[in-house]
Design a protein around this ligand. Structure first.
Ligand code: ADP
Length: 284
């Protein structure tokens, strides 16, 4: 069982031939909304990977809230602790041009209200096998969740994204860090050396694992025709947490395959594969 304390956003994606300059108005060629937020994406991926998932987070009182809740429920994520707060849900306003260049504004909205955990939310952390967090919600809450997890024998996974310097406090509470190359570089070897397991995703090259014993292992990713790599890191993290009880090597193998399959279709959490799809990818 996995408890995720994290973000949930609506992505508002406008396509336009060229990105507007400050003060300019351009005509767009298309628009779609799609549910996102690293926390929600990873929750959906972990549920598709077969885990029982409880989501702790917040949506607003706007029209996006219902869709966001439905995304979790539709993926069989337990959303009974999802808070509904006054104000705006988290959104990402994304503009993508014909050269696939983008500009993005993320407004935390309801996610920013997650400054303290209730007794019920803390109980969900204590009862889980794994706690999985990212850094799109207030970091003090991540620290509090991790501390409560540690005190109750729950394994702490952290995907430190968007990356920011981690306090000694937090570094000392993480069992497994899931980072991409940029995050690995930004955090630096000294900080990461304090975490027992570091799993680094390497895009098409798969992933690398450094275990508590210091041994480094490379794990290839199945070769695929990638069409949209958005959310591949989230699919990887959710799958890894779901499969970790089978041991790091088996879990990373599945996470690589799930990440690879997710790049063959559009969307973030929505592109996460099922257990059967991952089995098929691994069978080649
Ligand atoms: P992020 O999106 O966080 O930068 P990565 O790009 O490293 O993360 O992708 C996460 C995982 O998704 C990789 O470890 C890999 O398993 C899979 N993946 C991503 N891009 C590709 C690709 N082009 N081909 C195959 N697998 C991919």
């Amino acid at each position: 069982r996995i408890t995720i304390v994290g973000s949930i956003n609506m992505d508002l994606v406008a396509r336009t031939p060229t990105l507007p300059a400050p003060g300019e108005t351009v005509l767009g060629s298309g628009f779609r909304t799609s549910p996102g937020g690293k926390g929600a994406n990873q929750a959906v991926a972990a549920a598709r990977a077969g885990a029982e998932v409880v989501f702790v987070g917040a949506v607003g009182s706007d029209t996006f809230a219902l869709d966001l809740r439905e995304t979790l429920v539709g993926a069989e994520v337990d959303a009974s602790l999802l808070r509904e707060v006054e104000g705006a849900s988290g959104v990402a306003v994304i503009t993508v041009d014909d050269a696939a260049e983008n500009s993005i504004v993320v407004v935390g909205g309801a996610n920013e209200t997650l400054t303290e955990l209730t007794a019920e939310e803390l109980a969900a952390v204590a009862e889980a096998d794994v706690l999985l967090c990212q850094l799109e919600t207030p970091v003090a809450t991540v620290v509090a969740a991790a501390r409560h997890a540690r005190a109750n024998g729950t394994l702490v996974f952290l995907n430190p994204s968007p990356v920011q310097p981690l306090s000694d406090d937090l570094l000392g509470l993480v069992d497994v860090a899931v980072v991409n190359r940029d995050e690995e570089n930004a955090l630096g070897v000294d900080a990461l050396a304090r975490i027992p397991h570091v799993v680094t995703t390497l895009g098409a090259d798969g992933a690398r694992h450094r275990g508590a014993d210091g041994v480094v292992t490379a794990h290839p990713s199945p070769a695929v025709e990638a069409v949209d790599t958005t959310g591949a890191g989230d699919v990887f993290a959710g799958t890894l947490a779901a499969a970790w009880r089978d041991g790091p090597a088996a879990a990373i193998r599945r996470a690589c395959a799930a990440g690879a399959v997710s790049t063959t279709r559009d969307g973030a959490g929505a592109s996460a594969p099922t257990v059967a799809e991952v089995d098929r990818a691994l069978a080649g």
